[in-house]
Design a protein around this ligand. Structure first.
Ligand code: G3P
Length: 484
């Protein structure tokens, strides 16, 4: 039997419960269409609440044994899953290209990067350890108490990755959860589900005990709240929209959360910057995967005196981008669906109506929008504040450094920002004033490498990702006090 045969029956993909791929008893399936050809290429199960209960029960049972499994054995299984992902890369890449329209080269990178992440997590995981505290460090105490402080797993982790990185952002949730001694229930995104189910098969085949990793599919609007509120779930890790993240936070009660949500990452360019390098970084940061990344460069704040120069360099870089099919590795490909393309078009039209200047023409064919650079964007325009998740880059001209900081911080989001300058002192000073999770100096905004901390302030989320940070988020402190 081929590696992925058991996860589907014709076009219908199954869900994974207690080590078995199954069709849902609901007989309801969700049709998936490829953004490339609008072709109905797959169906996923719409699981029922009762099936979710069975999944949760299986996860809990498996976790009870897994928490006592030696760390090095957990790590070995993770290495095996990573190896299986690499072995089966070609088929997974095909699915990523077809299902989410990811350019072939980026799809390959996503699979390999995920294997690296899993291997690194296995290595980091075997070094989970605690500390010993003595009572006499605290005033008025003798050394008659020892606190042995360790880390223990949380239980069942509900992991919800998004459509744009269905493999990598599944890996960044699943691997730390497992190595830390948790079980996982992965709720796949709807579009991106097939890719995520392929990912799960690598874990299933690696030999993790039945029930330790499960995958459920269905509409968030139907099963999302039920999953989030489920009493068996001990922790939720989610990447996606701010609106959904907020809903999860409201429903989650006392469950710990790791939420990675929207962004409106600003690139601030100063007079003393290397403008060629800045333009290259900005264009690659803004337009890779057609702008469908939470860390994409989503606005440029540029000092008036160099704005024309930078704009021309940006346009020259944008002209090099190839518009076309992800199969042929084009840079700009169809957006995930019609709503996404309509939204981007609306933002561009609003800016144009309010006086902004399109430096590259607006062209749309179905859901493919050619890259658009919009100059003279002002604070009255939606494009200055909304996250487009598409191939459009607004340039906002600013009069002073203070103006740039004010506009950067005026966003409801606080994921990342980039500062381009040769003056490191200035960069450090300004980075302190910008309210985001990460400031990049002389480089585009981006999440990786995947062991770096990744977090946002304000509406960009809560909690910190990154291998070690995720392991910490998926464990809690447990203290044992010895009284002598
Ligand atoms: O949109 C998801 C976010 O995590 C982007 O990651 O690696 O493209 O910066 P990256």
């Amino acid at each position: 039997m081929a590696f992925f045969d058991e996860i589907r029956d014709g076009k219908a993909y199954k869900y994974l419960v207690n080590g078995q791929w199954k069709a849902s008893g609901s007989n309801n399936r969700i049709k998936l269409f490829s953004p490339l050809y609008d072709e109905h290429f797959a169906e996923i199960q719409s699981v029922t609440r009762q099936e979710i209960d069975e999944v949760m029960e299986a996860a809990l049972q498996a976790q009870q044994k897994w928490k006592d499994t030696p760390l090095h054995e957990r790590a070995e299984l993770l290495h095996k899953a990573a190896a299986l992902l690499v072995e089966n890369k070609d088929e997974i890449v095909k699915v990523l290209v077809h299902e989410v329209g990811k350019p072939r080269k980026s799809a390959e990178d996503e699979v390999l990067r995920s294997a690296d992440l899993i291997n690194y997590t296995a290595e980091e995981g075997i070094r989970i350890h605690g500390e010993l505290l003595y009572s006499d460090s605290f005033p008025g105490n003798k050394r008659n108490k020892y606190a042995l402080v360790g880390r223990v797993p949380l239980g069942v982790v509900l992991a919800i990755p998004p459509f744009n990185y269905p493999i990598n952002l599944a890996a960044s949730k699943v691997a730390p959860a497992l190595v830390a001694g948790n079980a996982v229930v992965l709720k796949t995104p709807t579009q991106g589900a097939v890719s995520a189910l392929h990912f799960v098969q690598a874990f299933h085949k690696a030999g993790f005990p039945p029930g330790l990793i499960n995958a459920v599919t269905g509409k968030g609007s139907e099963i999302g709240d039920y999953l989030v509120e489920h009493p068996r779930v001990s922790m939720i890790t989610f990447t996606g929209s701010t609106q959904t993240g907020l809903n999860i936070a409201k429903k989650a009660g006392m469950k710990p959360l790791q939420l990675e949500l929207g962004g409106k990452d600003a690139s601030i360019v100063f007079e003393d910057a290397d403008l060629d390098e800045a333009a290259k970084n900005i264009v690659s940061g803004a337009f890779s995967f057609s702008g469908q990344r939470c860390t994409a460069v989503k606005r440029v704040l540029v000092l008036d005196s160099i704005a024309d120069q930078l704009r021309d360099k940006i346009i020259a870089e944008v002209k090099k981008l190839k518009v076309g099919s992800p199969d042929e590795n084009a840079d700009i490909c169809p957006l995930i669906d019609k709503n996404a393309a309509d939204f981007v078009e609306g933002l561009i039209k609003d800016a144009e109506k309010k006086g902004a200047k399109l430096c590259t023409p607006f062209k749309r064919e179905n859901n493919t929008i050619s890259p658009v650079v919009v100059d003279n964007v002002t604070e009255e325009m939606q494009l200055a504040w909304e996250e487009p998740f598409g191939p459009v880059l607004p340039l906002i001209r600013v009069k002073s450094v203070d103006d740039a900081i004010r506009i950067a911080n005026g966003s409801e989001y606080g994921l990342q920002a980039a500062i381009f300058t040769r003056d490191i002192k200035k960069a450090l000073e300004i980075s302190r004033k910008i309210d985001v999770g990460t400031v990049q100096i002389n480089g585009k905004t981006a999440r990786g490498p995947d062991h770096f901390p990744f977090l946002g302030t304000k509406s960009s989320g809560i909690g910190t990702q990154g291998v070690r940070y995720s392991i910490e988020a998926m464990t809690r402190t447990k203290s044992l006090v010895i009284n002598l």
